[in-house]
Design a binder for this molecule. Structure first.
Ligand code: XMP
Length: 512
């Protein structure tokens, strides 16, 4: 089945992917395309609607990113957001001016056209999030002003006959509480979308597609137990069963019990063809004496590829190599200087010495939250699908200084206690990532009558949505106290606990 499509035209704003995710949350499939995609190409895709994103440029300047005016004559409904609204206003003959000062923050939006399709079911005064310096000061001919704020004469505008809509604010962010309603109004009422993008359907379709593509051939997947490779693995397994071989390289740098848990889910629950390679000695052998963080990462990346290749060689030629690439890795950026959002410093890359003919990437169209939902649909346990990011080099970047089995074991025990206590609390649904770090520092303590000289353990917990910036979580002191007590009592060789209170930037989330 072909899904209805909405196109998000990217003008380089910071919320571009968020807009696309909101559309998907409304169960409508959408693609993000660069703003200069030719009109013919857009029309050929037969979209039900188009959304122009915001962007950092000034529309009245000559080299500002624009669309051809004929796009407005195609009859395809368009919603312009912020810069996208100014662009629509400007090209169609309205006026765009500079505000006296940059407007950033919440503004009360007064709906002036009660029967606007865009605002159906929305309160007549509602909160909206503004972030702009320029605005449409006078709407083009044929347009009505449908909402205003104290500072914005054209908070929203529309030419309902032509299905053209513009909003100066950002409906996609949570600070516009009725924004999702407005986006859904655009999708369902204006574009006539039917909400045909659901996880159940995606799962069924993907499995069918993979069956067709792979036929009776062989597929190989490096399975780490992270969200993406786990979901890709189960999807492939449901499509081609034992024709799929998963190689799980256990580098000995996982958290407590993690290797066994991963093995158990995929072997016992799903009966998958999984090869677990216990390569702890190899990795620790190569890491012996190494203290420089970049060198550690490099060694682990290289060794990972080597182990994977050796195992793959035993299997012989395969037809397909599967990868858990997801949509944010493949979106072309809209403007050359737009922030390129890439999956963060991943180790490895493609192995050079594995014989395969083609790559399969079953998650290529999906955002991370969709991958998680797909995983739930496929019956993967919650602890795997809701998993936090875990660095490829594992605990090696959380043991400062030389990595040894002894230090890893101390860290694993302490980290488990920290995670257990946070997972019991309500915080666990709101924080982005939490873990313990074994510093290389030892200090004096006292235990009973004896003096000790043991490790200092750091706790790190951050609130973040994109992992590019983060703030340290204000964990209630009684939780910190419980964690601290338990760790110093239960984990030998830790006698001091500190809590990391730096945001990113200037610090990073991981310590190495
Ligand atoms: P930093 O420490 O740079 O980390 O603030 C940002 C996010 O990326 C994760 N991270 C990694 N993820 N391979 C990964 O797949 C890696 O080598 C790696 N290093 C850091 C980190 O846990 C955080 O979520």
């Amino acid at each position: 089945m072909k899904h209805e499509l909405v196109i998000v035209l990217d003008f380089g704003g910071q919320y571009n992917q968020l807009i696309a995710r909101r559309v998907r949350e409304a169960n409508v499939f959408c693609e993000v395309l660069p703003y200069d995609t030719p009109v013919e190409k857009i029309v050929n895709k037969n979209p039900k609607g188009i959304i122009f994103t915001g962007g950092p440029n000034v529309v009245t300047e000559e080299d500002a990113p624009k669309v051809e005016a004929k796009l407005f004559e195609t009859g395809i409904p368009i919603l312009g957001i912020c810069y996208g609204c100014q662009l629509m206003g400007y090209i169609l003959g309205g006026k765009v001016d500079k505000a006296e000062q940059r407007e950033y923050g919440k503004a009360d939006l007064k709906i002036t056209k009660a029967d606007s399709k865009l605002f159906a079911g929305v309160n007549s005064t509602t909160s909206s999030w503004m972030s702009h310096t320029y605005f449409v000061s006078s709407a083009p001919k044929g347009f009505e002003v449908t909402a205003t704020t104290d500072t914005c004469p054209v908070g929203a505008m529309e030419n309902a006959e032509k299905n053209l809509y513009g909003v100066q604010f950002h409906p996609e962010v949570v600070h516009t509480p009725e924004g999702q309603k407005m986006l859904e109004n655009f999708l369902y009422q204006v574009c006539g979308c039917k909400a045909d993008w659901t996880m159940k359907q995606i799962a069924e379709e993907q499995i069918e597609k993979l069956k067709e593509k792979i036929g009776d051939k062989k597929v190989l997947l490096a399975l780490s137990g992270g969200v993406d490779s786990s979901v890709a693995g189960v999807l492939l397994h449901k499509a081609v069963g034992k024709q799929l071989t998963c190689i799980f390289v256990d580098h000995g740098l996982m958290r407590k019990n993690e290797g066994d848990e991963v093995e158990s889910v995929f072997k016992k629950q799903f009966d998958m063809n999984l090869i677990r390679v216990n390569a702890e000695d190899r990795f620790l052998g190569r890491l012996a004496g190494v203290t420089d963080p970049e060198t550690k990462r490099k060694i682990i990346g290289e060794e990972f590829i080597r182990v994977f290749e050796e195992e793959a060689k035993k299997i012989g030629t395969v037809d397909f190599l599967a990868q858990g690439t997801i949509y944010p890795d493949v979106i072309e950026s809209g403007t050359k200087d737009a922030a390129v959002i890439k999956s963060h410093h991943n180790v490895g890359g493609l192995p050079d010495h594995v014989d395969f003919k083609e790559i399969v990437e079953p998650l290529r169209d999906l955002f991370k939250d969709e991958v998680r939902n797909l995983g739930r649909e496929l019956g993967i346990p919650e602890f795997l699908v809701s998993r936090q990011p875990f660095p490829g080099p594992g605990l090696a970047v959380r043991v400062i200084g030389e990595v040894t089995k002894h230090k890893l074991d101390i860290l694993r025990d302490a980290d488990l206690i920290f995670r257990e206590e946070l997972e019991k609390s309500e915080l666990k649904n709101t924080i982005g990532q939490y873990f313990a770090v074994l510093t290389n520092l030892r200090s004096v303590g006292v235990m009973g009558d004896e003096r000790t000289y043991n490790y200092t353990l750091a706790l790190r917990c951050v609130d973040t949505s994109d992992f590019m910036t983060a703030d340290w979580t204000r964990i209630p002191h009684d939780i910190l106290a419980r964690v601290s007590n338990r760790i110093v009592n239960e984990v030998k060789e830790v006698n001091r606990i500190v809590y990391d209170i730096t945001s990113k930037p200037p610090a990073t989330i991981e310590w190495e």
